[in-house]
Design a binder for this molecule. Structure first.
Ligand code: AMP
Length: 309
């Protein structure tokens, strides 16, 4: 089924305890599309870059079945730039620079051929732009998934709440869930956020996995314990790409299938962090993804008596 992806396509500069990069290609929609491309080749991208963005990276999208007709290239302007620094605890990071550049006045144009999308993934972007995308679709997709971050809570809370009220699934990290809801307990935070609109909420907890909150159930997906995490940048987006990619492939949006989808998302994210930027994500194979899912199964399956003595 067709998947529409919206989000930043960007340059990032990253510093981790393992090293430092100059400007490399990143952005929420980049990670989402690359990750989802292992599950479906019916992906339509809506984003904006400046004419400083490398042509070869646009070709890379195309090679992977990502339609770039909706990628605007602004002559004489600069692409979005983000820079972040991780400390030894890679669960937290400092944002050093956010230069919106072309994202500052991004007007998302949806090509006619993109209309009728079955799945919509709203990657991290201004909530106003995310909202405009929903409004510009002639038919409501089967499922709308949205990601966001604290940056937008600080500068655009009212817009953010409005956009959240229009989506089916929200993915955010634990600190952001607390900030958004004003609740420390993640169970209370989830109840509050779900009352704002989304019927399903995913709270990402970095190396401690992810929680999926539905109507009556909660499901937990661990993260794979890895010896070395080189660069967590994009792990959340890669997770979202695996999640929605798997849903788009199967077409099933039941809670049971979302449980499987977050395992696929977790497997993709576990690969993403093994190298800097999008590098690892570009060199995967179906069998590598399959193997990692089996590792997750081994990690979490156990036998226990079903009757009490
Ligand atoms: P993640 O590590 O999954 O939270 O995503 C990191 C990616 O998000 C980087 O590649 C950045 O380019 C992108 N990013 C960071 N801040 C923003 C922002 N305010 N709006 C859109 N994208 C962003």
């Amino acid at each position: 089924m067709s998947l529409l992806v919206v989000g930043s396509v960007a340059f990032d500069a990253i510093e981790t305890p393992f090293g430092k990069t100059d400007k490399i290609v990143g952005g929420a929609a980049t990670y989402i599309s690359l990750s989802a491309s292992y599950f479906t080749n019916d992906i339509n991208l809506v984003a904006v870059v400046g004419d400083d963005f490398p042509q070869e990276d646009i070709q890379e999208f195309k090679k992977r079945g990502v339609n770039t007709d909706g990628l605007q290239i602004k002559a004489g302007q600069k692409s979005f730039f983000w820079s972040g620094k991780y400390h030894n605890d890679m669960n937290s990071r400092d944002t050093l620079v956010t230069e919106l550049n072309v994202l500052g006045d991004f007007d998302p144009v949806i090509p006619g051929t993109y209309q009728g999308a079955d799945f919509l993934m709203l990657g991290n972007l201004s909530p106003k732009v995310q909202q405009t995308v929903i409004e510009r679709l002639h038919r409501k997709p089967k499922l709308i998934v949205m990601d966001t971050m604290n940056f937008w809570m600080e500068i655009a809370m009212a817009d953010l709440c409005k956009t959240i009220s229009m989506v089916d699934v929200l993915t955010i990290n634990d600190e952001e869930a607390r900030q958004l809801s004003g609740e420390y307990s993640l169970v209370k935070a989830a109840a509050k956020i779900r009352s704002m609109g989304p019927h399903t909420l995913i709270i990402k907890k970095g190396e401690h996995g992810a929680l999926l909150f539905g109507d009556k159930e909660i499901f937990f997906a661990p993260a794979l314990p890895l010896e070395d995490v080189f660069d967590p940048t994009g792990a959340g987006d890669t997770f979202a790409g695996g999640f929605i990619g798997y849903l788009a492939k199967t077409g099933d949006i039941s809670f049971e299938n979302m449980k499987r989808a977050i395992m696929y998302g977790s497997a993709m994210a576990s690969y993403c962090v093994e190298k800097f930027g999008t590098q690892r994500l570009k060199e995967l194979s179906q069998s590598a993804i399959f193997d990692r899912l089996q590792q997750f199964r081994t990690l979490t399956t156990y036998d226990i008596e079903s009757k009490q003595d």
